[in-house]
Write a protein that binds this ligand. Structure first.
Ligand code: AHG
Ligand code: MN
Ligand code: MN
Ligand code: MN
Length: 332
């Protein structure tokens, strides 16, 4: 049994300039994930479900667990001193960590502390997403906005925690995707899924079909394609949509499938946020042999201009993402 900590240390050689800083940074994410996991498991018993009455910068109603997870991840990252700044879904502006140690660190982190807010109160799987970059600004100075507005192809690591029937931490540093399952009695993550691969073709499509009439024609036609009967291509496909990106992505990565959150008239850039939802998932998807696009372009090549900018998102099995692209080309 290999623990997450042992695995990260064993792989440090993959970073030519490894100084242990990155290892400690992942360690702080692991620690906060355990704290959040413990709290999630008590939801219903302690006063942690429901809304706070506040809105975040995206105009979404904040849930108590959104705020709790945000505070715990920020605190863990700040305390260990291995990052010079963070951006999260729940904060309008990026946060600079300015102690001497922090400002001398090389990394910035972008996070969705709690993904799938609408599922908290109903005991359905939720998650955490993170994305790590090497800073552009000089070490020793405060982090700048440019450090956070890098294209996804510059990520040095990305991952998620899925709080499901078991709790897993899945990450990549650009050398494959590796999954670790938490043994709750010990609070230790053990390597359970080394070198995860998304099947090139699957039979699951995941989309909020309640928005069907608003979708671009390419997506509408693709959904109809998924529903048609054809023995050779094993259609109709199965529809599965949890409403937590982390959970939908995780299932599709294991079983094969395509996840879509397209644009529509009232949301021309879709709903999901490029920097801390789509980029990390796109990095993981590609590292597992899958793909991620906005329907046309590779997600990881988009140059961001805003911390909270959104993008349409198509992600998962390579051949399925390609086919959605073909439908978009032809009909949208
Ligand atoms: P968050 O809870 O972090 O705000 O993210 C919500 C996102 C994502 O998790 C999910 O896939 C999507 O919103 C669901 O949106 P719909 O309810 O519109 O389908
Ligand atoms: Mn939200
Ligand atoms: Mn989210
Ligand atoms: Mn969130």
């Amino acid at each position: 049994m290999i623990t997450l900590g042992e695995y990260i240390v064993a792989k440090q050689y993959q970073f030519p300039e490894a100084s242990g800083e990155f290892t400690r940074l992942l360690g702080s994410i692991r620690l906060a994930a355990k704290v959040v996991n413990r709290e999630i498991n008590k939801a219903g018993l302690v006063d942690i479900i429901g809304a706070t009455g506040e809105e975040n910068v995206q105009g979404e109603e904040q849930q108590k667990l959104d705020v709790y997870a945000n505070e715990k991840f920020k605190a863990a990252l700040e305390a260990r001193g291995e990052v010079c700044g963070v951006t999260t879904e729940e904060e309008e502006n990026f946060i600079i960590f300015n102690s001497k140690k922090q400002s001398h660190s090389k990394y910035v982190v972008l996070m969705d502390p709690l993904d799938g807010s609408s599922n908290i109160d109903v005991n359905v799987t939720i998650g955490t997403i993170f994305s790590i970059y090497r800073r552009i600004s000089p070490v020793g100075s405060p982090a700048t906005k440019e450090d956070f507005l890098q294209p996804g192809n510059k990520q040095v690591a990305a991952g998620y925690v899925v709080y499901g029937s078991s709790t897993m931490l899945v990450y990549t540093t650009g050398y494959g995707v590796h999954g670790f399952t938490c043994d709750p009695s010990l609070g230790v993550f053990y390597l359970s899924h080394e070198n995860m691969q998304i099947p090139a073709q699957g039979n699951i499509y995941s989309i909020n079909e309640g928005n069907y009439v608003k979708f671009p024609d390419g997506i509408k036609k693709y959904i109809k394609y998924c529903q048609e009967r054809d023995e050779q291509t094993h259609r109709p496909y199965t529809s599965r949509y949890i409403g937590s990106l982390v959970a939908d992505f995780h299932r599709n990565m294991i079983k094969g499938g395509v996840y879509m959150y397209p644009s529509f008239a009232s949301a021309p850039k879709g709903k999901l946020r490029l920097l801390y939802e789509c980029n990390p998932m796109a990095f993981l998807a590609e590292q597992a042999g899958g793909k991620a696009t906005d329907g046309y372009r590779r997600i990881l090549d988009i140059i961001p201009s805003e911390l909270h900018e959104r993008t349409p998102f198509v992600c998962g099995s390579r051949d399925m993402v390609d086919m959605v692209g073909d439908f978009m080309q032809e009909y949208s």
